[in-house]
Design a protein. Structure first.
Length: 368
């Protein structure tokens, strides 16, 4: 088949300009580029997981909507299980929201996002032909409240606004009062508060019972040691629950993922808390390491990664390349808006951080 095949006229025009999100797996001594919770699960947990997985009937479909896991998550949030919608990772939940709320032919939909932020918001919207209005962060990587209000009021108003808090890739924790004002002053826009990393910002969650009716709360199990399961979820207001489930395919979360998630959340919650506590401790170590880079500007870190700006800016690309050659993977974020000269570095384990420090001594003159 070639690009001149007659059927290609049916392709969405918006797809031609988009890149495929696909990362080639590489061997690494320290993988600090993917914002994972790298702390290993204890042996007794892995034994229990193996036993639970062995009970999964591979020839049977899972529950169509993950009722047991939805009930567990609903209890944590103090809501009814019907409020919780599961996805194959938060990426799928994002697609549900965009499909349900975007694309009205009679009233072209668009969404507003700060930039830089989690790239799948814009990618998923553009795949569906939904317009994306990006609002640059301030120089110190905070929300520009005035510009956000202006963007949300364009034309007939935005259908959606995604706000990641803490934000990826900046690790910033945006001012709660600013978000509350945005939500209150734009009641015709659905605000999605994405707290994927909130366990690394203790006490900072915006979740509360009785959130405004135009707020969807979204989170994931991926950042708390369960990335392999691909389980995300949202807590949706009443009028949005049925539409989200209409666009959600049945059986969208595998039986294996459901079984392991249910096990961890009910029987090993304390173990998970200890793992996150170790990651928080390792974050202090990471910040200490990055602070030893010459002329480094460290930004406040509220997630399981940190951002450092280097001088001159092209040092970020050079250092990321030199580290990769030594098997240490970090994210060169210098091509993103407002992030010239920036590296994003995951917390990793203490052993990985020691490898990072040793490699920086080799590649950065003046590293203390």
């Amino acid at each position: 088949m070639t690009a001149s095949s007659p059927w290609t006229r049916h392709l969405r025009p918006s797809l031609a300009a988009l890149d495929v999100y696909d990362i080639e797996p590489v061997q690494a001594r320290a993988r600090l580029s993917a914002n994972e919770c790298a702390e290993p699960w204890p042996a007794e947990v892995m034994v229990a997981v193996a036993k639970r997985v062995a009970d999964v009937e591979l020839g049977r479909y899972p529950d169509t909507s993950g009722r047991k896991l939805r009930k567990i998550l609903a209890a944590r949030h103090g809501v009814e299980p019907e409020a919780v919608v599961l996805g194959n990772g938060s990426d799928e939940v994002i697609s549900f929201l965009l499909t349900a709320l975007g694309g009205r032919p009679s009233e072209p939909s668009f969404m507003v996002i700060p930039t830089p932020t989690f790239q799948m918001y814009a990618h998923a919207a553009r795949c569906r032909g939904i317009g994306v209005l990006e609002v640059p962060l301030t120089e110190d990587l905070q929300l520009d409240e005035a510009l956000m209000h202006e963007a949300l009021d364009v034309a007939l108003g935005a259908a959606l606004c995604f706000l990641a808090r803490p934000n990826n890739p900046t690790s910033g924790l945006w001012d709660a009062a600013v978000i509350e004002r945005l939500v209150a002053q734009h009641p015709a826009t659905v605000f999605v508060i994405d707290e994927a990393y909130i366990r690394y910002a203790p006490g900072a969650t915006l979740w509360r019972a009785g959130l405004p009716g135009n707020v969807v709360y979204m989170s994931t199990l991926s950042k708390i040691g369960l990335a392999a399961l691909r389980v995300g979820y949202c807590v949706a207001p009443g009028p949005l629950r049925k539409p989200l489930n209409v666009v959600r395919n049945p059986y969208n979360v595998s039986a294996t993922s459901l079984a392991v998630a249910e096990l961890i959340l009910t029987e090993f919650d304390e173990v998970q808390k200890q793992m996150i506590a170790r990651s928080l401790s390792a974050r202090y170590h990471l910040l200490e390491i990055l602070g030893r880079l010459p002329r480094a500007q460290l930004f406040p870190a509220h997630a399981n990664f940190a951002v450092v700006r280097l001088d001159p800016p092209d040092e970020a690309t050079r250092i990321a390349r030199e580290l990769a050659a030594r098997g240490i993977l970090v994210k060169d974020a210098s091509g993103l808006p407002r992030m010239a000269g920036c590296l994003r570095v995951g917390v990793g384990t203490e052993a990985e951080l020691e490898l990072l420090a040793a490699a920086l001594r080799e590649v950065v003159p003046g590293f203390a």
